[in-house]
Design a protein around this ligand. Structure first.
Ligand code: CP
Ligand code: NVA
Length: 327
């Protein structure tokens, strides 16, 4: 499998075999790291990380993965570069492409990262856009594979805002890998019909299935994986909280949802999560709406079924795999 020079912008661009290769490469690099086997074949390379939105996992994963492979990192924070404000994406891409061996971009529209990739002569990696979060997918699939030993036939139910980056990405990934995907949410938050049609076509080839339902019992029945994400994403206006809480509260992951899933089911979340009052936003929402937990209850988040920190660790191994394969 040769992915050298390829951009990593969304999983729609990759075949099931290529995605499987990246997941298995991530597992291999994880093993090497745990066993202390050096894997610094990319020594001396330089990468740029552009973050127009904040991040804990993705930034740290790129930095640690790069250092493990002997690479140097330049971090451009949301206010620290000319990008978009004084210099176009195309010009920025051509400048950074002359200096760096690879560029990560986290920001707003998918079209921005696509444009960056078009103009830079080096691999560009999508560290999250409004539409897709592809590096998260490799980590999530690695986590599921570690827990169940396989991916095909796994039933994954996604609850919450299914028309944003996480819902879209999980639906595409499940379709590509022959998994059963259910978007279990208010009808207004179903994924984009065009993307659903694309995934249904892919599913015909891979044996996957796609279900959209607003019925919690139907959507989560016998699921292997219950997945959720924040109800309001980065970059969205504060005003949407009220309508989001009203629409998505019935789709909170709680004990009764987990009991409706398989006994062996796991709980996943890309994080960060609102499961208690230990955050500023969590406290503000409590003061305004009286909620002590949002998309997932603290009970489920802290339960033995929750694999969220394995998942977070796997971000590093899988981002390493993406860089290793494409550089
Ligand atoms: N899951 C994820 O992308 O986390 P960060 O926003 O902290 O990078
Ligand atoms: N949907 C979330 C994902 C965070 C990793 C957001 O875009 O903020």
């Amino acid at each position: 499998m040769d992915l050298k020079g390829r951009d990593f912008l969304k999983l729609k661009d990759f075949t099931p075999e290529e995605i499987t290769y990246l997941i298995d490469l991530a597992a291999e690099l994880k093993r090497k790291k745990k066993e202390g086997v050096p894997h610094d074949e990319k020594k001396g390379r330089n990468i740029a990380l552009i973050f127009e939105k904040t991040s804990t996992r993705t930034r740290c994963a790129f930095e640690v993965a790069a250092h493990d492979m002997g690479m140097h990192v330049t971090y451009l924070d949301p206010s620290g570069s000319q990008i978009g404000k004084k210099e176009s994406i195309a010009d920025t891409a051509r400048v950074l492409g002359r200096m760096f061996d690879g560029i990560e971009y986290r920001g707003f529209g998918q079209e921005i990262v696509e444009e960056l990739a078009r103009y830079a002569d080096v691999p560009v990696w999508n560290g999250l856009t409004n539409e897709f979060h592809p590096t998260q997918m490799i980590a999530d699939m690695l986590t599921i594979k570690e827990k169940f030993g396989h991916l095909a036939g796994i039933k994954l139910a996604y609850m919450g805002d299914a028309r944003y980056n996480m819902g879209n990405s999980l639906m595409v990934t499940c379709a590509k890998l022959g998994m059963d995907f259910a978007a279990c949410t208010d009808k207004k938050y179903f994924p984009d019909p065009e993307l659903v049609s694309y995934c249904e076509e892919v599913a015909k080839e891979t044996g996957a299935s796609i279900l959209l339902t607003d019925d919690v019992r139907e959507g989560t029945k016998d699921a292997d994986v219950i997945y959720t994400d924040v109800w309001v994403s980065m970059g969205e206006p504060e005003e949407v909280w009220e309508s989001r809480i009203r629409a998505l509260s019935p789709y909170q992951v709680n004990r009764s949802v987990m009991e409706n899933a398989k006994e062996t089911a796991i709980f996943m979340h890309c994080l960060p999560a609102f499961h208690d009052l230990k955050t500023t936003i969590g406290k503000q929402i409590y003061e305004k709406f009286g909620l002590t937990e949002m998309e997932v209850t603290d009970e489920v988040f802290e339960s033995s079924q929750s694999v969220v920190f394995d998942e977070a660790e796997n971000r590093m191994h899988s981002i390493k795999a993406v860089m290793y394969a494409t550089l």
